[in-house]
Design a protein around this ligand. Structure first.
Ligand SMILES: Nc1nc2c(ncn2[C@@H]2O[C@H](COP(=O)(O)OP(=O)(O)OP(=O)(O)O)[C@@H](O)[C@H]2O)c(=O)[nH]1
Ligand SMILES: [K+]
Ligand SMILES: [Mg+2]
Length: 436
């Protein structure tokens, strides 16, 4: 695979459709339009063209054609789009012709966006925002992904990096003033103040985990004794026949997950094996998985059947006790809610309770971090800042403190995928030259 190939791909999804959009990017985009569309339309003006097989001149389709020269295109390269008719034979014919042209090939997954990143059109955080936007299944996820695509995290990370580099410049500048090799007192207070403000801010950002949860969904685990009605309730909540239901205790062994949209927030509902001692090794494994799932869950719904629960509920962050099969009219005490999956009684209340849990855990989308990757980079940034403050307090050598601050700038740069830290330092120091 060559990175200077011109690539093409269907951008509008597969299957029969009214219109199919083929996206093209690379140096031969103009040549492709000249070859199959006869001529290149005005830049960024949708124009109708008859597409022809280059060798025979035979018509392939009537299409809307776009020409978007670089560098102000999505990928930064010359780009074209063919809006063709969405029939399977039409698209197959045009893809075949494109593939037969020299220097042109089908794109790999993510290759358009990879080129956009490599050409500096998008930083890594925006690339991730774009991926999340395409995957977004709920309103909350859509909003969060769009904010990230628009650069909310990327801009914040760039701002932190600029602050860190300013501190670094001050530390390096103090080399010129200091005889003892440590930071002179006059500068030390200023540097400490800046580091402290930054450390506090990053600490606040790290404390908010709702962005990652919103991206992945709130996990709600259905747990309880065998035959409590877990699988029946899962099917009722999912409004689909996902899990096998039977009067036989020990029906469910595997962990079954269903993604739901509750009030615009993503919730993953997990059905598990009924908790009991069992001689059956497969059921034992199911029970072990059920316990592990419950322990990692955001919310456990502990299902209590009419005959009561023989075992204790698992350890959980949040636990709601749900009396099941309320149509059987047996009173259970100490339950938060009563439901009947058979009649639907209590289901709206249960859904509202879950919506409230999701709202509380996922917040209003004000979190900056949406992935473990961001968190790890920012944690390293934060600990380097804290260490640099300690080193300053202990009058350690300037060079060592500078190195620690440099580590912080590199770690925060990973969020946007910036690698040219050194270049940035060059620019900064050229405008910051003191005395020499
Ligand atoms: N009357 C009544 N019966 C129910 C209700 N929910 C489930 N049942 C019945 O209870 C039995 C067990 O239901 P399941 O959903 O398989 O229970 P489970 O907790 O998943 O059981 P295991 O997977 O074996 O642990 C089945 O016969 C269901 O039809 C309900 O709301 N009312
Ligand atoms: K069952
Ligand atoms: Mg079950």
């Amino acid at each position: 695979m060559r990175s200077d190939d011109t690539i093409f791909a269907i951008a509008s999804g597969y299957g029969r459709a009214a219109v199919c959009i083929i996206r093209i990017s690379g140096a031969r985009s103009r040549f492709i339009l000249e070859t199959i569309a006869g001529s290149v339309p005005d830049s960024r003006r949708a124009s109708v063209r008859l597409l022809r097989e280059p060798a025979s001149g035979e018509p392939l389709d009537q299409a809307l054609v776009l020409w978007m020269p670089g560098p102000n295109s999505f990928t930064g390269e010359d780009q074209a789009e063919l809006h063709i008719h969405g029939g399977l034979a039409t698209r197959a014919a045009i893809l075949r012709v494109l593939g037969s042209l020299e220097g042109c090939r089908a794109a790999e997954a993510g290759e358009f966006t990879r080129r956009a990143f490599l050409n500096g059109r998008m930083d890594l955080s925006r690339v991730e925002g774009l991926a999340d936007l395409i995957d977004a299944e709920t309103e909350g996820q859509r909003r969060q992904a769009l904010l990230q695509l628009e650069g909310r995290l990327g801009n914040a990370a760039e701002g932190w990096r600029e602050d860190i580099l300013q501190v670094l410049a001050l530390i390096e500048a103090s080399l010129d003033f200091s005889d003892e090799g440590d930071v002179p007192d006059g500068l030390e207070a200023d540097i400490l103040r800046r580091l402290k403000a930054l450390g506090d801010e990053l600490g606040r950002v790290l404390a908010n985990r709702s962005g990652e949860r919103l991206r992945e969904g709130l996990t709600v685990v259905l747990a309880g004794p065998p035959n409590a009605g877990k699988s029946t309730l899962l099917n009722a909540l999912a409004q689909r026949d996902v899990a096998i239901v039977s009067p036989i205790a020990g029906t469910t062994r595997d962990v079954i997950e269903v993604h739901c949209d509750l009030g615009g927030l993503p919730v993953v509902i997990v059905d598990t094996a009924g908790l009991r001692e069992s001689g059956d090794v497969i059921e034992q494994e199911g029970v072990a998985r059920a316990r592990a799932k419950a322990e990692g869950a955001d919310v456990v719904l502990w299902l209590v059947p009419p005959e009561g629960a023989a075992s204790e509920p698992p350890v959980a962050r949040r636990l709601l006790r749900i009396a099941t099969k309320s149509d059987l009219n047996r009173i259970r005490e100490d339950c938060d809610l009563e439901v009947s999956a058979t009649t639907g009684e209590g289901l709206p209340e249960l859904i509202r309770a879950l919506e409230a849990e999701a709202e509380a855990a996922l917040g209003q989308g004000d979190a900056l971090l949406t992935r473990e990757r961001h968190r790890r980079a920012l944690e390293r940034t934060h600990s380097s800042i804290v260490r640099a403050m300690e080193m300053l307090a202990f009058d350690e050598p300037v060079e060592l403190i500078a190195e620690e601050v440099r580590l912080a700038s590199r770690a925060v740069g990973e969020i946007t995928g910036r690698v040219d830290v050194e270049h940035m330092l060059d620019r900064l120091f050229s405008s910051f030259c003191i005395g020499k």
